[in-house]
Design a protein around this ligand. Structure first.
Ligand SMILES: [Zn+2]
Length: 117
């Protein structure tokens, strides 16, 4: 029996970018929406504003003069979030298209509206 070639891990093409409005579609943060603060491409994760907050304890430092608990966003897997179409105002699937100017743009599958301005 010929040995089957090992399937290479498919690099996930992240179609989301900074400042996109997304909704969490699964997990404990389900239903929350927020703006993408950062895309971590090498990890397939995104940081979403005010979503998946974690508490960090910090020591008092001479510069800030205070310590305590700081809340910050923890990265989410990109598969857990969905882009929100500004027109539909809901999380939608979208596809890529090329505009008349030759630019890549994302189009909402529901309303066919361009998501990228
Ligand atoms: Zn739409």
């Amino acid at each position: 029996m010929p040995r089957a070639a090992k399937p290479k891990p498919e690099p996930v093409r992240i179609r989301l970018k900074k400042n996109d409005l997304v909704e969490v579609i699964t997990g404990k943060e389900q239903g929350k929406t927020g703006k993408i603060l950062k895309v971590l491409r090498e990890k397939n994760q995104v940081l979403v504003e005010k979503v998946n907050m974690i508490k960090r304890h910090t020591k008092p430092s001479p510069t800030t003069g205070q310590g305590g608990i700081v809340e910050k966003e923890a990265p989410l897997m990109v598969s857990k979030v969905m882009l929100i179409c500004p027109k539909c105002a809901t999380a939608t699937r979208f596809r890529l298209t090329t505009t008349a100017e030759g630019k890549k743009a994302r189009v909402c599958r529901k309303c066919k509206e361009l998501i990228d301005g």
